[in-house]
Design a protein around this ligand. Structure first.
Ligand code: ADP
Length: 345
């Protein structure tokens, strides 16, 4: 059976041996899950997350990200496939015995307990002295130990939730949009904390988010989930630069890769690689021009479809109604098979 291996070395590799489920790796083999009466939320997920590796799964809302984490955590039993953690089969093992910690976007702490009590409550070995203080220090919440959760900022609460998850000594850590409700400066802080946390947690981490930039920042390995299928997996750079198929290309990037249909193939070019030129094989007129932080997005109607370009300098961005030529640098163009959508080497 074909399975994709996620490892810090980056690229996915084909693996077929039974040795997948050794060490502290998290192994998913051909996992499918369907809700009662619903359509298939996960369809044949094959992935190995090695110890020390953070796998980020990015995908649009409804892609199956939360379902995937719930299946790994044991809150849902898949109808098909196998799961291994640290070499042990997880099928039939109740969630509380799985040694898997799941942290949600606004993970509830016990509101009537101090931060210290919240953390002590999670301790696996309650006699271990100093564990709470050590983890609290690592996640920069030690100064808040005697405060109540309601007196913390969102970012501080999230770091306490992470500390609590680590104190349960999980073999795998699952993070479900952990930064979704934080403002940008707090997000940066918690991301930094996540990196530092690696010194205290050597197991596999699965991190799901709909935010592709965040996924690329936190991950050693990036997976793209669309409609319950893992459409691509590999190093974040490779997946972004050369997606395995049009579905992964369209799901990653804001705005996503432009896809232009030709007779037998589909041409892909990311907005930041499109250049404006006075002479160009492809001409069009500008429909919209939008400021998007440090870039200006320009939407151009061409005879081959709509193309979005992102211009670094605002003065380089043409205006609505302008007639422009577009140039796609050859090294930035990706080609996909028109029928299957698969990348053509
Ligand atoms: P994501 O986390 O990527 O937004 P989910 O895993 O929540 O996606 O959902 C995947 C699919 O399963 C969606 O089509 C969603 O509507 C459906 N789904 C999620 N939860 C339930 C449920 N409890 N019952 C039925 N369908 C569900």
């Amino acid at each position: 059976m074909r399975s994709l291996q996620a490892s810090p070395a980056g690229e996915s590799s084909l693996k077929s041996s039974a040795s997948d489920n050794q060490g502290t790796a998290l192994v998913l083999r051909d996992i499918s899950f369907r809700y009662d009466g619903g359509s298939r939320a996960l369809d044949g997920i094959d992935v190995t997350v090695e110890a020390g590796t953070t796998l980020a799964i990015v995908g649009p809302s409804g892609a199956g990200k939360s379902t995937l984490l719930r299946v790994i955590a044991g809150l849902l039993e898949p109808q098909r496939g196998e799961l291994f953690l640290s070499g042990a089969q997880l099928h039939g093992v109740p969630a509380r015995e799985r040694r898997v910690a799941l942290v949600f976007q606004d993970d509830a702490l016990f509101p009537t307990m101090s931060v210290r009590k919240n953390l002590q409550f999670a301790l696996r070995r309650s006699n271990e002295s100093g564990a709470v203080e050590n983890i609290a220090r690592a996640l920069h919440v030690d100064v808040h130990l005697d405060r109540m959760p309601r007196d913390l900022s969102g970012g501080e609460r999230q770091r306490v939730a992470l500390a609590r998850a680590l104190l349960s000594e999980p073999h795998a850590l699952l993070l479900d949009e952990p930064l979704a409700h934080l403002d940008p400066s707090l997000r940066a802080r918690v991301r930094e904390t996540l990196r530092e946390m690696r010194a205290h947690f050597a197991g596999p981490i699965v991190y799901v988010t709909h935010d592709h930039a965040e996924a690329m920042m936190v991950s050693d390995v990036l997976g793209v989930l669309v409609g319950g299928r893992l459409e691509d997996i590999g190093s974040p750079q490779r997946v972004y630069d050369a997606p395995a198929n049009v579905r992964a290309a369209a799901a990653l990037g804001v705005p996503p890769m432009n896809l232009l249909h030709e007779v037998n193939r589909i041409i892909g070019i990311r907005p930041e690689h499109v250049r404006f030129v006075s002479e160009g094989a492809l001409r069009g007129h500008v429909l919209r021009r939008e400021l998007a932080g440090d870039v200006t997005l320009v939407t151009v109607q061409t005879e081959r479809g709509v193309v979005v370009a992102s211009a670094r300098a605002v003065h380089e961005a043409p205006h609505p109604g302008d007639s422009v030529g577009l140039f796609f640098p050859e090294e930035c163009v990706r080609c996909f098979d028109a029928a299957s959508g698969a990348a053509i080497a």
